[in-house]
Design a protein around this ligand. Structure first.
Ligand SMILES: [Zn+2]
Length: 334
């Protein structure tokens, strides 16, 4: 069938429709339809496209891109037909006008980075399966490696950071690499931060300022050290988690716990296999996975790619938390 179509089209082409060529703006990289990159979309381009579709011609990568006008990863007689129709000024479905052919096009106009271009968990359709990777207690010597892995898998994560004097550069790195920075604590000392609500918020303000000074980001996403269900705080102030979990909302903050635990905090350098198997045992639509980014968690980094692959293979988007995300709150126990 494909061959018959190809033959038919070749016959049409040979009758020299190229006289009706449509001029386009020359470009260094081939635009759609301009298979030979000579600045014109002609019957010659359609012919090249057609010959490539039946293995008669070899094309370079840019020309293959230009020939695949419908973007279906398959160069077919249909693509050649569209190029041919475009070359004689007929309506086509896929080849769009080049920006430079738009009378209002201003090549010198600055292209503003559009924050709305970034897809977040909020943009996903209702009912999407989402894995929220969350890394507590960083940054660390592993932060950059984690960022590399996230990039490799086009994955997003949330870093609930503390004050780490040796890794000042990593805070901005997290933001610059398109990941989400959030607040955990400045000191992370239970005996300090959980002595009173005043002590807690003083510590939180310090980490908020630290992150802001280094990154320009004022985060309103937080995670309590030990989670909201911790009972250690009872040793320092009875009922403080009950108070704090209500108060943070008054300050415009959203707190997150987790509904999935990698168990990488059950010891130092827990075997990567253990972290992997404990991380993949969840099937909720929204999985908020607790992990750690510290110098003692090298095996978390080893397990990370396999964890991401497991969820991506099952249709999960790997996204960063937003203030509208699943909070996975625990029952308060103090
Ligand atoms: Zn922590």
């Amino acid at each position: 069938m494909k061959k018959t179509l190809a033959l038919l089209l070749t016959v049409v082409l040979l009758f020299g429709i190229c006289v009706f060529a449509t001029p386009v703006t020359a470009s260094t990289s081939n635009r759609l339809g301009d298979v030979d990159n000579d600045g014109w979309v002609t019957a010659g381009d359609a012919r090249l496209c057609l010959r490539y579709s039946v293995d008669l011609e070899e094309l370079d990568q840019a020309s293959v891109y230009a020939a695949n006008v419908d973007g279906d990863d398959n160069i077919s007689a249909g693509d050649a037909r569209e190029i041919l129709r475009f070359s004689v000024g007929l309506e086509v479905e896929h080849i769009k006008q080049h920006p430079a052919e738009d009378p209002d096009y201003d090549p010198d106009a600055p292209t503003e980075p559009d924050d709305d271009d970034e897809i977040t968990a909020d943009d996903l359709p209702e009912g999407s399966k989402i894995l929220y990777l969350t890394f507590d207690d960083g940054p660390s010597k592993y932060t950059e490696t984690i960022l590399d892995i996230l990039d490799e898998y086009n994955a997003k994560a949330t870093f609930f950071v503390i004050y780490q004097s040796n890794y000042s550069a990593q805070y901005k790195m997290i933001v610059d690499r398109g990941q989400t920075i959030a607040l955990h604590a400045y000191s992370h000392e239970y005996s300090d931060i959980y002595t009173s609500t005043t002590a807690y918020f003083k510590d939180l303000q310090k980490i908020s300022d630290h992150v802001y000074n280094l990154t320009g980001v004022r985060s309103n996403l937080i995670r309590f050290p030990g989670g909201s269900s911790n009972t250690v705080s009872r040793n320092y102030c009875y009922g403080i988690m009950t108070q704090l979990s209500k108060l943070v909302g008054d300050y415009g903050l959203v707190y997150f716990d987790w509904n999935a635990d990698s168990t990488d905090a059950s010891g130092n350098n827990v075997a990567a296999e253990t972290i992997y198997y404990n991380s993949i045992g969840y099937t909720e639509d929204e999985v908020v996975l607790l992990m750690h980014d510290t110098n003692a968690k090298g095996t978390t980094v080893l397990a990370l790619p396999y964890i991401i692959e497991h969820y991506q293979d099952r249709g999960y988007y790997v996204m960063a938390l937003t203030e509208n995300s699943e909070t996975a709150h625990h029952p308060i126990a103090n």
